[in-house]
Design a protein around this ligand. Structure first.
Ligand SMILES: [Zn+2]
Length: 396
C-alpha cells in the first residue's frame, strides 16, 4: 500500500521548510518557529494542535484507543559559528538544483517538515488511523537532549508506545548511539607567594596529575561491538590565584565523557574518584547541571547525564521500519548508529520506550556552514513516516 504524495504537496512542503529555515530558532528562542509549525499543523489537517509548558508543539491525529506513535523533531538549531562566509546565506533557504541550503535545513527542520506532511498525505488519502499519531516539535534539544521529551512524558502525561527520531540519517535506520556525561572536577591547593612555592600546594599541578591519570584511563575504557568504545576528553580548564605571582589554590576542569553500552554514570564518576584517591589530591568530581528558561517561561533544570541506548535488530519497531523503507523507497535500509546524541537518550535510555532513528539529510552537514538537504529526500521521508504510521497503528 503506497500512500500518494503529489507534486503540489511536495511544493507546499518545500515552502514550509523554507519558512522554517528563514525563522532563526536558537535554543530557548524557538517561539517564532513554534508558531509557524502550529499554524501548518492546523492547516494540513491535524485534529489537535497545542503547545505544552516547556514550549513543545504537539499535533495529534487518529481515532485513539490504540497504540501511540510519536514522531520527534527538534525546532532549535545551533548558532552560525565564526564570521567566515557561508557558501549560501544561512537564513535565506536558497533552493538550487533540488537542494535547500541553510542553518537547520538538515538538523533538523527537514525532518520536521516531513513529519508534518506525512499527516497531510494521510489526510489527503482519507486514511483514518487507529490509535494516536503525535508529531512533536521539541525545544532545546541541541544543548540538552531528552529534556523536552522528559517534560512531555512525565509532566504532560503523553507516553507513546513507539518513537521515531527524524534526525539526519540519510533515510537509513539508526538503532542507537553512545551516551554522554559532563563532569566538573574542582581541585584545591594552598596559596603561597610564587617566589616560595614550597610553602604552598599548587592546585594546577594537582589538576595536572589528575588529567594525566585521565589520559592513562582513556585506552582502558569499555568497548561495545555496535557502539564502539567509550571516550573521555578534558575540554576546559580554569584556575584562581591572587595574582600571577601567587600559587593558585583552586583549579577547575571539565570532562566530556561518552558512554558506551554498559557504562553508567556511577561507573564514570567512580573512575575519576579512583584517580583522585590514587593521587591523594584534594578534589571533588560532580555531574554538571543544565539550566535555562524556555521561551514560555518554564524553568528548565537537568543533569548533564544521558545514557547510551541500542535497539535490538529483531524488535518489531525496527522490523516494521525496515519493511516500510524497503517497500516505499525500493532499497533495504542499512542499520547503523549515530555518532551524535539525540532525544533517544531519554525515550529509549531512560523511559524504555522503543525508539528508532530515520530522517532525511546527511549527518556530515549538521552544524556546518554547508548545511543542506535534498528536497526529494524530505518527500521520501514523509512517505516513509506516513506508511510507518499505518503499519504500526493500523487504519479503520
Ligand atoms: Zn539534531
Amino acid at each position: 500500500m503506497n500512500i500518494p504524495f503529489r507534486a503540489d504537496q511536495a511544493k507546499a512542503m518545500a515552502g514550509f521548510l523554507q519558512d522554517l529555515v528563514r525563522i532563526p530558532s536558537l535554543s530557548t528562542h524557538e517561539e517564532g518557529v513554534a508558531k509557524r509549525v502550529a499554524d501548518e499543523m492546523r492547516r494540513v489537517g491535524f485534529a489537535d494542535v497545542w503547545t505544552d509548558r516547556i514550549g513543545n508543539v504537539i499535533g495529534r491525529v487518529g481515532q485513539g484507543g490504540g497504540p501511540k506513535l510519536l514522531l520527534n523533531g527538534h525546532m532549535d538549531t545551533v548558532d552560525l559559528g565564526g564570521p567566515a562566509r557561508w557558501p549560501h546565506p544561512p537564513y535565506e533557504a536558497v533552493i538550487e538544483d533540488g537542494i535547500l541550503y541553510g542553518r537547520g535545513s538538515c538538523d533538523m527542520k527537514g525532518g520536521l517538515a516531513a513529519m508534518v506532511y506525512a499527516v497531510n498525505a494521510l489526510k489527503d488519502a482519507r486514511i483514518e488511523l487507529n490509535g494516536d499519531l503525535y508529531v512533536v516539535a521539541v525545544v532545546q534539544e541541541e544543548p540538552c537532549e531528552g529534556l523536552a521529551m522528559r517534560v512531555l512524558v512525565e509532566e504532560e502525561g503523553i507516553r507513546p508506545d513507539y518513537v521515531v527520531l527524524g534526525e539526519p540519517s540519510n533515510l537509513q535506520v539508526r538503532l542507537g548511539h553512545r551516551g554522554r556525561l559532563e563532569m566538573r572536577v574542582d581541585v584545591w591547593g594552598k596559596a603561597a607567594h610564587a617566589s616560595a612555592p614550597s610553602l604552598g600546594d599548587n592546585a594546577i599541578h594537582n589538576a595536572a596529575r589528575l588529567i594525566f591519570g585521565i589520559e592513562l584511563l582513556a585506552p582502558r575504557l569499555a568497548t561495545d561491538e555496535f557502539l564502539g568504545q567509550g571516550t573521555i576528553a578534558v575540554t576546559e580548564i580554569e584556575s584562581h590565584a591572587a595574582s600571577r605571582n601567587a600559587v593558585p589554590d583552586c583549579c577547575t576542569f571539565y570532562i566530556d565523557r561518552r558512554l558506551t553500552l554498559g557504562e553508567t554514570e556511577r561507573k564514570a564518576l567512580a573512575e575519576i574518584q579512583n584517580i583522585i584517591n590514587t593521587e591523594e589530591v584534594g578534589a571533588e568530581v560532580v555531574v554538571t547541571e543544565y539550566q535555562a528558561t524556555s521561551y514560555t517561561g518554564y524553568e528548565c533544570r537537568a543533569r548533564n547525564a544521558f545514557p547510551a541506548w541500542v535497539m535490538p535488530e529483531d524488535h518489531p519497531l525496527v522490523q516494521a521500519t525496515v519493511r516500510c523503507v524497503r517497500e516505499t523507497l525500493g532499497d533495504r535500509p542499512r542499520l547503523g548508529r549515530w555518532s551524535f546524541s539525540t532525544d533517544g537518550t531519554y525515550t529509549a535510555g531512560v523511559a524504555n520506550i522503543p525508539t528508532i532513528g530515520l530522517g532525511p539529510g546527511e549527518e556530515q552537514y549538521a552544524h556546518t556552514r554547508d548545511e543542506q538537504i535534498r528536497l526529494n529526500d524530505v518527500v521520501d521521508a514523509a512517505r516513509v513516516y506516513a506508511r510507518l504510521a499505518v503499519e504500526l497503528l493500523g487504519k479503520r
